[in-house]
Design a binder for this molecule. Structure first.
Ligand SMILES: [Zn+2]
Length: 159
């Protein structure tokens, strides 16, 4: 980090980081925490070093903050998988596919957060055990729908 970051030292930085990780717009976040769009640029700069910020969690509070983000992503993932189970049980293919997409996005975010925290650099989500399990589930779920399955398998190997 070249210069002191006004977001890093902001009292609501945990909420701001969570909003950034959720993909909320800079404009919206700025309005919410600064009352106007004036912080958009600062937020953009902050977002650039957000992973570093998590890695360099030097204080216990910051470690807890990073853990909290991980827990939130894990909880989202658990919910996505529950929805997938229910959709699978009721044969709701459309919802199952949405849940799979959500779960995949969560896994990517999870892998990124874990990678940053463990300072291992880039984590390839495609070899993460959770992803391999999910992938196997997907292929099984779609067994009765060969066309959909072929499309999904193709999309997954492309991505
Ligand atoms: Zn910052």
């Amino acid at each position: 980090m070249p210069r002191a970051c006004s977001i890093c030292s902001h009292e609501d930085r945990e909420e701001i980081n969570a909003a950034l990780l959720k993909g909320e717009s800079l404009r919206g976040i700025s309005r919410k925490f600064f009352g106007s769009v004036k912080a958009e640029d600062a937020l953009a700069r902050h977002r650039e070093h957000l992973p570093l910020h998590l890695v360099r969690a030097s204080e216990a509070a910051e470690v807890a903050q990073a853990d909290n983000l991980l827990e939130q992503v894990k909880s989202l993932q658990a919910r996505a998988l529950t929805i997938l189970d229910k959709a699978e049980a009721s044969g709701d293919l459309r919802t199952a596919l949405s849940a799979i997409r959500e779960a995949r996005g969560n896994l990517e975010l999870l892998a990124k957060l874990l990678g940053e925290l463990q300072q291992e650099g880039t984590v390839n989500v495609l070899v993460a055990p959770e992803w391999l399990t999910l992938r196997a589930t997907i292929v099984t779920v779609l067994e009765p729908y060969p066309q959909a399955r072929a499309a999904v398998v193709e999309a997954l190997s492309a991505g």
